[in-house]
Write a protein that binds this ligand. Structure first.
Ligand SMILES: Cc1cc2nc3c(=O)[nH]c(=O)nc-3n(C[C@H](O)[C@H](O)[C@H](O)COP(=O)(O)OP(=O)(O)OC[C@H]3O[C@@H](n4cnc5c(N)ncnc54)[C@H](O)[C@@H]3O)c2cc1C
Length: 440
């Protein structure tokens, strides 16, 4: 069965796919978005708790997220973001510390006094120290060990990076950290949209459909090949879509599995490793730390960080419960990732109760475990020059994935920024330049 061709197919209904389809549809391009799962949103997707929608993975907006805020403005949602000053804690060897001010740092006993002073001074200057340097070819470990000293690297910064990037954490380009520091601070204003991320996802779907685009969930693309006139996609039920252009937003390792041999040979040759993540979403009867983010180091826990979402969103966003995520970034092949969800939930509950003795077992109302296999690409040194191009030469295929946002950090903002540039190229090529209509 062959259907009449839409001009552009977008593979994946995460923020990249939704924003791309929104942008194209609003410019009059016939676009079909194909999402494998029965829900849109990708890593920003949601689950139901007490008749309210909650993100599977903690998400927040930063005031510097200009591209995302611009998109929210188009959707009439910019003012729905509730902003709040958030703080950071730190748990080392089972002991809790505040980690926000100079006074907190001077009281931070896991480091000797002179290292605390050095830590504070270097941290203040770090953004400036990186300016004008080629941080893309400098290992994070080499940069930070030199500036902070070996003890701070080995006892604090190394384990913190290791928790995000795994065993190769020291090798990640220092540029990524430098960019991250530009986006985040210990004491930071963060935002959370009213109605959660689902409200944004729903608004994007509505916008695409109102502009004549098509959104299909539970529609995995099974294979993709390049043709003389564009691309041909085979869907799970055998349906074939022939289109002029495809924007693929799925992580490149998954795209390789979809591409036929001819197309696979044209895909970027760099095999980028990815970290996945396992999170436990805890609904508690009481607040936990009061901090948005708390790294957990050397504390006999399987998780190595805590995000107290309710410190930002308020408990009312979760039916009166306090929502706390614990997480561990890990490869999707690891034992933890392949482990049983109920066992992870039971183990992490025990560990959380041990870490917070004031928390009673009865305070834990519900725990949900979620996993995602491809979250953080682990960039090699010199990635700026090795980043895969967006256009796959000689085909109608364009790539807009988390591997393309570097040196920006992986975030909804970076995805929107990327997609704005990719769709601008498509629109120029197709020759449609109407100004985007505001969503009523
Ligand atoms: C724990 C965690 C915390 C985070 N915190 C934040 C935060 O605070 N702020 C922030 O801005 N960002 C945050 N992020 C990052 C952010 O979620 C991602 O950068 C962003 O969602 C990536 O979007 P994407 O569209 O590129 O990919 P994805 O969201 O992964 O979307 C890809 C989509 O493709 C679909 N797909 C895969 N294969 C197929 C196929 N064969 N056919 C059709 N569809 C397919 C998938 O189902 C998925 O929906 C966080 C992520 C995680 C995991």
């Amino acid at each position: 069965m062959t259907t009449s061709p839409p001009q552009v197919a977008v593979i994946g209904g995460g923020i990249c796919g939704l924003a791309a389809a929104h942008r194209l549809a609003r410019h009059g391009v016939p676009v079909t978005l194909l999402e494998a799962s029965d829900q849109l949103g990708g890593l920003g997707t949601f689950f139901s708790h007490r008749d309210q929608w909650v993100e599977r993975f903690y998400h927040c907006v930063m005031p510097t997220d200009d591209e995302l805020l611009g998109l929210l403005d188009e959707l009439g949602m910019k003012n729905s973001v509730r902003w709040c000053k958030t703080t950071m804690g730190m748990i080392v060897d089972g002991r809790r510390h505040r980690f926000n001010s100079a006074v907190d740092l001077l009281r931070f006993t896991p480091l000797p006094f002179h290292d605390r002073v050095r830590f504070g001074a270097v941290s203040l200057l770090l953004r400036r120290l990186g300016r004008g340097r080629d941080l893309d070819t400098l290992r994070t470990e080499d940069w930070l060990r030199g500036l902070y000293g070996s003890r701070v690297w080995e006892e604090l910064l190394g384990p913190m990076f290791g928790s995000k990037f795994g065993s190769s954490f020291g090798d990640v380009p220092a540029l990524y950290l430098w960019q991250r520091l530009g986006r985040e601070r210990n004491v930071a204003t963060r935002g959370y949209p009213e109605g959660g991320y689902k409200a944004i996802i729903d608004a994007l779907r509505t916008s695409i459909e109102e502009a004549g685009g098509t959104v299909r969930t539970s529609t995995p693309v099974r294979s993709l090949r390049s043709t003389a006139t564009g691309s041909s996609l085979t869907l799970a039920d055998g349906e074939v879509l022939d289109v002029q252009k495809v924007i693929s937003t799925v992580p490149i390792p998954l795209l390789r599995q979809l591409a036929d041999a001819g197309l696979a040979a044209l895909l970027p040759s760099l095999e980028l490793p990815y970290q996945g993540v396992v999170t436990g979403a805890f609904f508690l009867r009481r607040p936990l730390t009061g901090h948005y983010w708390t790294p957990v180091l050397r504390s006999n826990t399987g998780f190595d960080g805590i995000v107290e979402m309710s410190a930002l969103s308020g408990a009312e966003a979760h039916g009166g419960s306090h929502l706390v995520y614990v997480m561990r970034y890990t490869e999707h092949t690891s034992r933890l990732y392949r482990g049983d969800d109920d066992e992870i939930s039971a183990r992490w509950t025990t560990q959380l109760l041990d870490l917070f003795p004031e928390l009673e077992p009865g305070d834990v109302e519900e725990v949900r475990v979620f996993k995602a296999p491809f979250v953080e690409p682990i960039h090699p040194l010199g990635y700026l020059a090795r980043r895969p191009p967006v256009a796959v030469a000689g085909t109608g295929l364009l790539l807009a994935t988390t591997a393309h946002v570097y040196p920006d950090v992986t975030s909804w903002n970076s995805s929107v920024k990327l997609v704005n540039s990719v769709t601008r190229g498509v629109l120029e090529e197709i020759g449609r330049h109407e100004v985007a209509e505001p969503v009523p």
